[in-house]
Design a protein around this ligand. Structure first.
Ligand code: CP3
Length: 321
């Protein structure tokens, strides 16, 4: 879960000389950052270093990352016409540098751990394109969605097709699993999820059914949506820390795998506290196969690296029965 980044000194050193987008768009640099957590933490998988927003640019939606403020979209989509104006793109051309990174990472990893690719789900990607950046209430997104449902569905369906193709291209380039981030979908209730989101997210998972790699479907604040997310698709469903893991797994269904769900802010506290948190997560998983231990969301920049190392060691030595 965003295992590379500013909490690591070796990442901060690279960021002194390169912007986040430079790193994402330069295969040598993105490869190096992808491997940093594998070396430093001994985690069980590498996560492709990239960003969820990269596909916006070839859709004709320009953006940048502003220091201390996060993503900033130049001209957010605010009308029906704006939604209709996005461009289609061929990921093998427009995002060829991402595919090149995948190949370089795989050459360097040489089978040591698997590599996970990822992309944003239509709702979460749309929320950035429409809000223009971070949002507390997703007012612009919901206003377009509720006010112009047909335009929303046409737009979300096109985004789903483009993202499915992008993930397919990542799989062809060599990733061994893909994660679909619907980070902000927890802002919706189950009925609206079913109406406005589920058909589009389902299109992505349906397209990847025969791809031969497992799919992970993740969101935050999704306690009341886990059943609906399962129905949209994903061999693994991610859950955040707001819901106990066993309850989340019941809602998802025990025939699917689950990923989660330690609160990443626990890592800011003392070891006895976060290791007790890890114990609680592992106890609720009950040693059942199909649990991927993970944080419930991204790691925070202030996190001490030695806490993360300790956590990984602790989970690795946890007795499974
Ligand atoms: O785990 C990894 O090593 C892969 C790295 C990764 C990044 N972005 C790099 C990044 C991943 C998996 C993402 C996905 C992503 N990007 C998501 C979905 C994941 C989630 O957390 O829900 C989202 C919503 C984004 C959009 C995004 N990118 C935001 C909101 C921000 C600003 C956050 C902040 O802390 O400032 C980013 C910037 C970003 N993407 C950073 C990293 C490492 C911050 C570091 C930097 O500025 O150098």
């Amino acid at each position: 879960m965003r295992q590379a980044g500013r909490y690591m000194a070796e990442y901060r050193v690279l960021r002194e000389h390169h912007s986040l987008l430079d790193i994402c768009r330069t295969p040598e640099l993105a490869t190096e950052v992808t491997l940093q957590p594998v070396r430093r933490l001994n985690v069980d998988a590498a996560i492709l270093f990239s960003d969820l927003l990269l596909p916006l640019d070839p859709m004709g939606i320009r953006f940048d990352f502003v220091r201390g403020e996060g993503p900033a979209i130049e001209n957010p989509l605010r009308t029906e016409d704006d939604l209709a104006r996005i461009r289609d793109f061929e990921p093998r051309e427009a995002l060829g540098h991402v595919l090149e990174t995948i190949q370089q990472v795989q050459q360097t990893l040489n089978g040591r751990v698997p590599l996970i690719g990822f992309a944003g789900a239509p709702f979460t990607l749309a929320s950035y394109a429409i809000e223009g950046g971070h949002s507390a209430n997703f007012a612009h997104t919901k206003s377009l969605m509720y006010g112009h449902p047909q335009a929303w569905h046409r737009f979300a369906d096109r985004v789903a097709g483009l993202i499915a193709d992008y993930l397919q291209a990542q799989i062809e380039a060599g990733v061994q699993a893909v994660q679909v981030f619907d980070s902000w979908v927890g802002t919706l209730n189950a009925a609206d999820y079913r109406e406005f989101v589920q058909p589009h997210s389902r299109r992505i998972f349906d397209a990847l059914k025969d791809s031969g790699v497992p799919t992970i479907h993740f969101g935050t604040g999704t306690g009341e949506l886990l059943h609906e997310m399962r129905e949209a698709g994903g061999d693994v469903i991610g859950a955040d820390w707001r819901i106990p893991l066993d309850e989340a797994w019941e809602r998802i269904g025990l025939d699917r795998a689950i990923q989660g769900n330690l609160d990443p802010t626990l890592l800011l506290g003392p070891p006895d506290r976060f290791l007790a948190g890890a114990d609680a997560v592992l106890a609720k998983a009950g040693g059942r196969p199909g649990h991927i231990f993970n944080l419930g969301h991204g790691i925070l920049p202030m996190t001490p690296v030695d806490h993360v190392q300790l956590l990984v060691r602790y989970v690795h030595q946890y007795p499974l029965n």
